[in-house]
Design a binder for this molecule. Structure first.
Ligand code: DGL
Length: 286
């Protein structure tokens, strides 16, 4: 059950990093964070009861994700990472307002926008993501706000995250990928942003369908590096001498099956123990 928010407690370096997504896609980001910062404690929340986020309204996503933020704050997270492009697009500002100074809030979009800002001049950049992410134009808007004239070529690949969550790294996604990647917007690109945290699982399939001619931008490591820099800036890196690996807790909002547990291994690359934690949606307001 959800705990009570502790408004008075400042974040400390030994407190956990909270990471969430609509399901298990954000585990690709969690993996990269833990590989870079193995000493950090981690709390992961997959909102499986409301998956997929990509076709929900911004209003609905704000409601779900504020409740998740409350859950992570109640567990004293020092940093909350929205490991979902759709939620980052729809709810980042609302979550930041809700969290205030109780934790650092990060999304998975700003680190990639900064990466493009510094590396993509003169290149033709494609982007695939959910309908929520693509229709929000958040990547383009943030680039423009940085004064960058790069024009992104985006295409919504709506069914992909559900297919990956259902089948994992399976040939069934090739048919979908072929239909999506042959869209006019994605022709003659030099690089493709994988703007959904589920997509790295099938990046070898995406690369093959693009004949290995296109550089794939997998946000996981870019985001993990930004998490590390941010913790250092705030003096919140967990760095006591002789430390053992951090503790990890994984929550999901819906009941789950053995098949679901097995598929988490594909995303996190180790066996994880899931705990069921339903969200009570009606009570949180921004
Ligand atoms: N992993 C989510 C993202 O990065 C998308 C999956 C969903 O539609 O829930 O946007």
């Amino acid at each position: 059950m959800l705990g009570t928010r502790n408004l008075m407690r400042p974040p400390f370096s030994a407190h956990p990093i909270g990471i969430f997504d609509s399901g298990i896609g954000g585990l690709t980001v969690a993996r990269a964070v833990i590989d870079r910062l193995p000493q950090e404690h981690l709390i992961y929340f997959g909102d499986t009861a409301h998956f997929p986020y990509g076709d929900k309204s911004a209003h609905a996503l704000q409601g779900y994700t504020l409740k998740i933020a409350e859950h992570l704050l109640a567990r004293n997270c020092k940093l909350i990472l929205i490991a979902c492009n759709s939620a980052s697009a729809a709810a980042y500002d609302a979550i930041k307002t809700f969290v205030g100074n109780d934790a650092i809030v990060m999304n998975v979009i700003d680190p990639v926008v900064n990466h493009l800002h510094h590396t993509a001049a003169g290149k033709r950049i494609g982007l695939i993501g959910t309908r929520q992410t693509v229709n929000s134009h958040v990547y383009q808007n943030k680039l423009t706000a940085l004064g960058n004239s790069l024009e992104l070529h985006c295409h919504a690949t709506n069914l992909l995250a559900s297919a990956i969550e259902e089948f994992g790294d399976h040939g069934v996604t090739d048919t979908l990928l072929h239909a999506y990647l042959t869209h006019a917007n994605l022709q003659n690109i030099d690089a493709l942003v994988l703007a959904c945290t589920h997509y790295p699982i099938i990046k070898h399939r995406i690369a093959a369908l693009l004949n290995d001619r296109v550089t794939l931008i997998d946000p996981s490591d870019i985001v993990a590096a930004t998490v590390e820099r941010t913790l250092i800036q705030h003096n919140l890196l967990h760095t006591t001498a002789g430390m053992s690996p951090g503790q990890k807790h994984f929550y999901v909002s819906d009941e789950y099956t053995d098949a679901f547990v097995a598929s988490t291994r594909l995303f996190f690359k180790e066996t994880i123990h899931l705990e069921h934690c339903p969200l009570e949606i009606s009570t949180v307001t921004a």
